[in-house]
Design a protein around this ligand. Structure first.
Ligand SMILES: [Zn+2]
Ligand SMILES: [Zn+2]
Length: 103
């Protein structure tokens, strides 16, 4: 390999590492944005209405053990559409079952 070849190789390597670092950084930024957005969403009237609908649908009972439900659990998160998740992705759950779900 001549000098130019080595130089090109190093340049490509640096660019590749730069791209990987940039993507990782972007990923973290977006994840934080989603998290913040989600936190706000849980304070919103929209979420409270939806939560109420889910609890009412499940008769205020935990779908896993039948105890009175106090919380709502996401079976799946609508990754890019937080706040637009269909109600059938949500279930009523008691605190104990919810804690065990998120371990
Ligand atoms: Zn339960
Ligand atoms: Zn949950």
């Amino acid at each position: 390999m001549d000098y130019q070849g080595i130089f090109t190789f190093i340049l490509v390597l640096i660019i590749a590492i730069g791209i990987i670092a940039l993507r990782r950084w972007l990923f973290n930024v977006r994840r934080k944005q989603r998290k913040d957005f989600y936190k706000n969403y849980l304070q919103s009237g929209d979420w409270k209405r939806k939560r109420y609908l889910v609890l009412k649908r499940d008769n205020w009972r935990c779908v896993y053990c039948g105890a009175p439900a106090t919380e709502v659990h996401h079976l799946k998160y609508a990754k890019r559409r937080i706040g637009k998740e269909p109600i059938n992705l949500l279930v009523s759950i008691c605190k104990d079952c919810h804690n065990s779900k998120h371990q």
